[in-house]
Write a new protein. Structure first.
Length: 308
């Protein structure tokens, strides 16, 4: 008869004696940043440790590859306190960060409430996460760290606040929000082949492809009854030309033709594929349409990455 092990929690201080030197070093490693990305739905790159803001040092500063925004991470392997909360706000101001992640051993109720209040009362571009770090083992196994989300941005509240300021969502905004919510559920059901972006009323959804120069974008164009999946190149005509020099190989690998828009005279360039069948008034094909879109996103991301 097989013996079932018992899950035991391990004091994180036994794994990392010092949050600055031990935990921050562990977290900044690629595989652990990727774990954090999965939890908060970001694509963190360009990770720097111990960045000075005045006389203080922020534990980790990074960029979100997809959006380009600055993200700060403050680590505290103890219970939350007012000192660290104040530092987070100071760092956010000094570094012009849009996302703040506070990782702690124990989140006290008053600080949980403070983070919730900040998420509910700041604008839609600012987001605060409060995470607890725990570790578990079974018998003599190695301890396994686990992030647990205590507080995160409340998209519904922020959207509601925005609605009050600018009027109720119109039909198109509501349909786009509904589309992205369903889209994320299908991405999750497929094992998250790319990082989720939080559902919004925007017509676009970005997927990272391993460079800050370009990303895969999904664009809902309801008036034309289509979804456009594209390799969007921010400001690099040389990269577009490099891709285009391999046009035949890329399209052969993809199994379909693309629309190549260099957009001379503009900073951006776009390499597009169109999927017909989008209709905000008829959701009957959404499952097939979303799965096809995900297939195209994965193919384009993986193919273009090979030619970077």
């Amino acid at each position: 008869m097989n013996t079932i092990g018992k899950l035991e929690e391990v004091d994180v201080r036994e794994l990392w004696k010092h949050e600055q030197y031990d935990f921050s070093n562990w977290l900044s490693q690629d595989e652990n940043i990727e774990y954090l990305n999965d939890i908060v739905g970001l694509t963190l790159i360009d990770v720097d440790k111990e960045v000075y803001v005045g006389p203080y040092r922020c534990d980790i500063v990074a960029k979100d590859e997809t959006s380009g925004i600055t993200v700060i991470v403050e680590n505290q392997l103890e219970g939350t306190n007012h000192d660290h909360l104040g530092k987070i706000i100071t760092y956010a101001s000094g570094l012009d960060a849009k996302v703040m992640i506070w990782i702690v051993k124990e989140a006290k109720e008053e600080h949980r409430a403070a983070i919730e209040w900040l998420n509910n009362n700041t604008n839609n571009e600012i987001s605060f996460f409060l995470l607890e770090i725990h570790a578990y083992k079974i018998g003599d196994s190695k301890p396994a760290p686990k992030f647990e989300v205590v507080e995160k941005p409340n998209d519904f509240v922020k959207r509601s606040k925005k609605n009050i300021e600018s009027g109720e969502l119109n039909k198109s905004q509501g349909e786009r929000l509904n589309f992205w919510e369903q889209f994320n559920q299908i991405v999750i059901s497929r094992g998250k082949p790319f990082n989720l972006r939080k559902p919004t009323t925007d017509h676009w959804y970005d997927v990272a492809m391993g460079t800050s120069d370009a990303h895969i974008a999904i664009d809902l164009v309801n008036k034309d009854g289509r979804i456009v999946v594209e390799c969007y190149i921010n400001d690099n005509k040389e990269l577009f030309d490099s891709f285009e020099s391999h046009k035949e190989e890329i399209e052969n690998e993809l199994g379909f033709s693309l629309i190549w828009d260099r957009l001379d005279g503009k900073k951006a360039s776009r390499i597009k594929y169109r999927i017909q069948g989008l209709n905000f008034d008829d959701h009957s094909n959404y499952n097939d349409l979303m799965n096809k879109t995900i297939d195209v996103v994965i193919k384009m991301r993986d193919t273009f990455k090979r030619y970077l």
